[in-house]
Design a binder for this molecule. Structure first.
Ligand SMILES: [Zn+2]
Ligand SMILES: [Zn+2]
Length: 486
C-alpha cells in the first residue's frame, strides 16, 4: 500500500463515527454537539454579538507588505436574524494611523437583508450596495460557529470532502442557499475553529476570507467564541473581542431600510467618465470622477501617469489617452503608489501592453498582482494574459527626450505610504501627486511632508495638478500650514 493510502485509511477511521452518519455528517454533528446540542443549535432564532477590537485597512498600508496599527473599533454590535437571513453590524471606529479624512471616529452601519445589502450613513440616509458586496455580506452571516453549523445541519445543505488537516476535521459546506464554505473543527473539543469562504477582490482576484474562533465561553447552555478574527487573504480585516453575546434576544428591526430596497442595484464598478483638459502644451489632465490621470507627450510616444481604481476606469483612461495623439504609441504608465485604489488599474494597463513604472518598493507586489488567479470574476488581464513589463524608480528617475522632461521622485518620509512617487514637469513647473495634497479637501495631514520634499528637491512649482481634487496654484499648499498652526 502507498503511503497516501495509509493516510487516507487513517483519516477514514478517525472520521467514521457511530450511527449511520457519513464522515462529513459526523463532523457537523460533532460540532453541533460540542456547541450545545443539535436541537439547541437548530432552534436558535437570533444572535447578538457585542464587543470591541480592530479593523485592518487592506491595500492602504505604508508598504504592500506592512501591517501597521488598524482602525480601533471602540464599539461593535452584530445582530443576526438566523432564520431570516438578515444581519447588521453597527460599529464605531477611529484610525490609529494618519488618515486622509482626519482622526475623528466614524460610525458605520453595514447590513444585509436577503438580496439587499445596504449602508446607513452618519446622516441616517441608507444607500444600497452592489450585488457583489451584498453577496459577501450574506456569506459573512455564516462566519460564526452557530450560523455555519446550523446551516450545515440543514438536510438541503451539501457536505463534501471530509478530511483531516493539522489535527482538525474539515468539511466543505454548500448551504441550501448555494453559498460555499469550508468548516474546520478542533480534533479534541470538536468546537469549530474556523470558517472560510472565497470571494473576488478587485486587486487580488480570488481571496479567502477566513474567520477563526477562539476563547469559547458558556452562554445559556451553548459554547460561543469570545474572539473572532477575520483575515482577507493575508490581511486582518476584523478582530473582535466579545464582551456580551445574546441568543434569541432582541435584535431590533433588521429589515433593510426602504430607501435601500427601493433603490436600483448599483454596479460594483461605476461606469467611467473621462474628461480631458490640456493643462500645458502636450500635457493633459484626464479627470471626470474621483481619481484623475495625466498624459504627457514625448517626441515619439505618450506617457500616462496613474491607471487607477479598476479595469473600467483604467481602460477608459488608456483609450482616451490614445485618442489625443493617434500617431504616437502610449508606452508606459507611472504608478504613484501601491494603495489599492491607485493600483487597481495596473492589471488592465499590463493587458494593454504598457510598461509599469513604479517605486522599487512595489516591484515584488506587482509581480504577484499580475500573476494572481482571477477565476471568480475574471478581469481583462485574466481574459488576455500578458507578462509584466516593470521599471522601478530608486529614489528618482528622469524621463527625457528633445521635447519633454518628466522627473519622478520618491516622496521621502511620507506618513501616507513608503511607496510614493511624485512627478515634476520642469518646463511647465507642474507637480503631479496623489493623496499627499488634495486641493479643496477639509484636512491636509500629509501637506507638510510634501512641502519638505518639494523644497528639499529645490523644485520650482507653479501649479499642482493632482490625482484627487482640483488643479491649484502651488501657493495653496503652504496655505494649509498657516491654517493648521492657527
Ligand atoms: Zn494612498
Ligand atoms: Zn487616493
Amino acid at each position: 500500500m502507498t503511503r497516501a493510502g495509509h493516510v487516507e485509511l487513517a483519516a477514514a477511521a478517525i472520521l467514521s463515527g457511530c450511527g449511520g452518519s457519513t464522515p462529513e455528517q459526523r463532523i457537523v454533528e460533532d460540532a453541533a454537539a460540542a456547541l450545545g446540542g443539535r436541537d439547541r443549535v437548530l432552534a436558535i432564532k437570533t444572535l447578538v454579538v457585542e464587543g470591541a477590537g480592530g479593523n485592518g485597512n487592506p491595500g492602504q498600508d505604508m508598504t504592500p507588505e506592512s501591517t501597521s496599527p488598524p482602525f480601533a473599533v471602540t464599539s461593535y454590535k452584530r445582530a443576526i436574524d438566523v432564520a431570516g437571513g438578515r444581519g447588521r453590524i453597527t460599529q464605531t471606529r477611529a484610525p490609529s494611523f494618519v488618515y486622509f479624512q482626519g482622526q475623528s471616529p466614524q460610525t458605520q452601519v453595514l447590513g444585509v437583508d436577503g438580496e439587499v445589502g445596504y449602508n446607513v450613513g452618519a446622516n441616517g440616509a441608507a444607500t444600497r450596495v452592489s450585488e457583489a458586496a451584498a453577496r459577501d455580506r450574506r456569506a459573512e452571516l455564516y462566519h460564526h460557529p452557530l450560523t455555519i453549523v446550523r446551516a450545515a445541519l440543514d438536510p438541503a445543505a451539501k457536505l463534501t470532502n471530509p478530511r483531516i488537516a493539522t489535527g482538525q476535521s474539515v468539511v466543505d459546506v454548500t448551504t441550501a442557499g448555494g453559498l460555499r464554505f469550508t468548516l474546520a473543527i478542533d480534533g479534541g473539543t470538536k468546537l469549530p475553529t474556523r470558517v472560510v469562504s472565497m470571494t473576488d477582490n478587485l486587486n487580488l482576484g480570488d481571496v479567502a476570507i477566513e474567520t477563526s474562533f477562539a476563547d469559547y465561553k458558556d452562554v445559556n447552555g451553548l459554547k460561543l467564541p469570545a474572539r473572532l478574527t477575520t483575515n482577507t487573504d493575508r490581511t486582518m480585516t476584523a478582530d473582535i473581542r466579545v464582551t456580551k453575546q445574546s441568543v434569541d434576544g432582541d435584535t431590533g428591526d433588521l429589515a433593510a431600510p426602504s430607501a435601500a430596497t427601493s433603490a436600483p442595484l448599483p454596479p460594483s464598478v461605476p461606469p467611467a467618465n473621462v474628461t480631458v483638459q490640456e493643462v500645458a502644451r502636450g500635457v493633459w489632465w484626464l479627470a471626470g470622477q474621483s481619481h484623475h490621470s495625466m498624459v504627457v507627450e514625448f517626441q515619439d510616444h505618450l506617457l500616462l501617469i496613474e491607471a487607477p481604481q479598476n479595469d473600467a476606469r483604467a481602460l477608459a483612461v488608456i483609450a482616451k489617452a490614445r485618442e489625443l495623439r493617434p500617431g504616437k504609441p502610449l508606452t508606459a504608465v507611472v504608478n504613484t503608489h501601491h494603495h489599492f485604489d491607485h493600483s487597481g488599474g495596473i492589471r488592465a494597463a499590463v493587458s494593454e501592453g504598457l510598461t509599469i513604472i513604479t517605486d522599487r518598493a512595489n516591484a515584488a507586489f506587482y509581480q504577484e498582482v499580475v500573476g494572481r488567479a482571477h477565476t471568480i470574476a475574471p478581469d481583462t488581464l485574466a481574459k488576455n494574459p500578458k507578462p509584466l513589463k516593470l521599471e522601478t524608480v530608486d529614489g528618482q528617475m528622469e524621463l527625457r527626450d528633445s521635447s519633454m522632461t518628466v522627473n519622478l521622485y520618491h516622496i521621502n518620509q511620507s506618513p501616507h505610504a513608503d511607496t510614493l512617487l511624485m512627478a515634476y514637469l520642469p518646463k511647465d513647473r507642474i507637480l503631479v501627486e496623489a493623496d499627499v495634497f488634495t486641493p479643496g479637501a477639509a484636512v491636509h495631514p500629509f501637506a507638510a511632508n510634501l512641502i519638505e520634499n518639494v523644497t528639499g528637491r529645490k523644485l520650482r512649482v507653479d501649479r499642482i495638478v493632482p490625482i484627487h481634487g482640483t488643479i491649484a496654484p502651488y501657493a495653496e499648499l503652504p496655505k494649509t500650514q498657516a491654517k493648521t498652526s492657527n
